[in-house]
Design a protein around this ligand. Sequence first.
Ligand code: F6R
Length: 620
Amino acid sequence: MCSVVGYVGHRQSCSVVLEGLSRLEYRGYDSAGFACIDTRTQQLSCAKAVGKLSSLTQQLQQNPIDGSVGIGHTRWATHGVASQANAHPHFDCFKTLSVVHNGIIENYQALKAELESKGHVFVSATDSEVIAHLFEQSLVDHGHCISKATTALVSQLHGAYACIIVMQNQPDLLIAIRKSSPLCIGFGTQEMFIASDVLAFAGKTDKVAFLPEQTYAFVKQDSVSVYTFNNEPVALSLQKLDVAWLATDKAGYEHYMLKEIYEQKSAIYKTITAACQNEDSLWHFANDQAKSLSFADDKQLKSLKILGCGTSWHAGRIGEFFFEEVAGLPTTAALASEFRYRTFFPSKNTLYCAISQSGETADTLEAVRFLHGQGCATTTITNVASSTLVRECGRYFLTHAGPEMAVASTKAFTTQVAALYWLANRIAYEQGTVTLSGYNASNDALLMAGELLENGLETYRSYIFQTVAPAYAACEKFIFIGRHITYPFALEAALKLKEIAYIFSQAYPAGELKHGPLALIDEDTPVCVFSHPDPIMYQKILSNAQEIKARKGRVLAFVFEGQTELIQLADHVFVFPIVHPHLSVVVMTGVMQLLMYAIAKLRGCDIDRPRNLAKSVTVE
Ligand code: F6R
């Protein structure tokens, strides 16, 4: 989503803000902007550019502006197209104050109408611009008292927002405001950094404070004062920032996605090794104060509810099979965006587990907050130790995928699946349904599955690029089918193809084909069939594939050794070693992702930054 960055201090802000924005650019990249109180003119000055951050950087090189107080923004459009006018920062009528915003102002239309009736002139189609004009109006209404104006501002804004405001007549001040969307402040020596994510300033200071929910802060280079929305002072707790900024490059790969596909074996290894080394302290308390929780507590568990979005939800759907079949724990994975709008049936012995690569997904966070409101304990499986989910959930399990730069999730998905598999086996062991040697064997099998994933990449790389991808790259629609655990895997494959190759793709449980979707089958609509190592499941999938062939459909099959009939029937086929059904999806993952990558490449798509998308979805 959008990211906001602010700086006040002894340095010039432009390069600091631009560097922060570049570190967060994966969140949104359709336009960017920078505003500062220019040292030369003492005026609030601004530069904006449509497109990636590099366009703004170029513009600023040609027409430099700079000053010790600055704010910046990269945008992922919600209200209004990506354009110069809609790019942030936004201004009041007299260009004396400027704001950058991440989030959504839900009541902006009503506010805008009211402000227009008072003479304010809007220049953009965004919801965010209303903040600038409302603050301008609030300052007038409250005799230019900044505290009163800020309180008046937040009392009228509905929705989610993390914003930073700079004012021309307050050249040493930034105002940071937070409701629902994350915002953190880095404390330096005679300098302060504000950003949507600590990554923006990691390495520049090791002291950070996360702005509490519904608070605002007056930030100067040597002081920060924080208040609730009711104007009561809040004591900030400073934390040690142990996040390093690792400037990730593509390490010779053409795209981050390709690099990340190849990092999966090692990411699984790191995730499982870390889990095994911390066996007795696996579920860490997020506040790091209490002792870790023993698995003995999980003996009380009667069911598990997993929450997530997109790929993380797919990992959760795969996890259902692990927990039910290994640990005997009834498990459902719900879409976080839907969960809190359904009737909620509280259950004392249900464990709620939010899965999220970023730990910042608004839908997932809101589901967790809803559960907290219901008095339920939550845990999270996430890839980012400094994320909001880690701070807000009672316990957390970290995957060790490393930074995932491509928008399409690859190694985060595999590590989520690995984490769920490991947890299911560990809980089963604690509960006495799996022996120690069984549990150890499950870990070995998981690491072996990572090995097989990588072997698949080597075995099929040239077949994918030279034969399979060219055969399907021109298709405009695609169907995916699977059964049992390979059905949620089919959902993930369909999502990958949609998001990076812009091909309309739909996944069905194989048995559902004959209940309607079979009508779609023709020569132009290929079906990707994910087989299953279990012989009974295989026979059913084989029948489904035969039904497709009988209707002149094209079959691209992912099969397991010995599944001769399907191998012979398919137009194109990838064959994998037989593994436990639970690990079959891990083994197929690399080849599936590489195929989608190759198709997207042939179609000339922007693979790492697909159109309309952003890596971290911080609005609902
Ligand atoms: C797809 C993808 C998205 C994310 C989803 C949730 O490749 O990356 O579907 O999985 O937006 O994001 P996280 O896992 O950060 O909560």
